[in-house]
Design a protein around this ligand. Structure first.
Ligand code: FES
Length: 105
């Protein structure tokens, strides 16, 4: 599993998603509840950026139609989205936030 640096931990603000690109894949990096999560930045319902949505209770909400995706599993807990969004393993090394595009944990 190859981890790559996406940003500095100190660049992240609690509950404020940060959009990064990793090998051309848009990823939303989220610091919430003391943990960092990485989730594909494209909503599974339509082609909009999840990083423009709000974070609450370990979920990120799509700003367009309001589906909420669990940052731990990528699963939606509200319609209209029915398919999960990929989530990616995260490692913290010092101030570096590292993400692997592999979905194996
Ligand atoms: S585009 Fe995200 S819920 Fe519709």
């Amino acid at each position: 599993m190859t981890f790559q640096r996406v940003c500095g931990l100190s660049e992240l603000e609690e509950d404020t998603p940060k959009r990064v690109e990793l090998d051309g894949t848009p990823v939303s990096v989220v610091l919430t509840e003391g943990e960092v999560f990485a989730i594909n930045d494209i909503c599974s319902h339509a082609n909009v950026s999840l990083s423009e949505g709000e974070v609450d209770d370990c979920h990120i909400e799509c700003w367009l139609h309001g589906s909420r995706f669990d940052l731990r599993s990528g699963k939606p807990d509200a319609l209209p989205a029915t398919r999960p969004v990929p989530v990616y393993p995260v490692k913290i090394e010092g101030d570096d936030v590292l993400v692997s595009l592999s979905q194996e944990s």
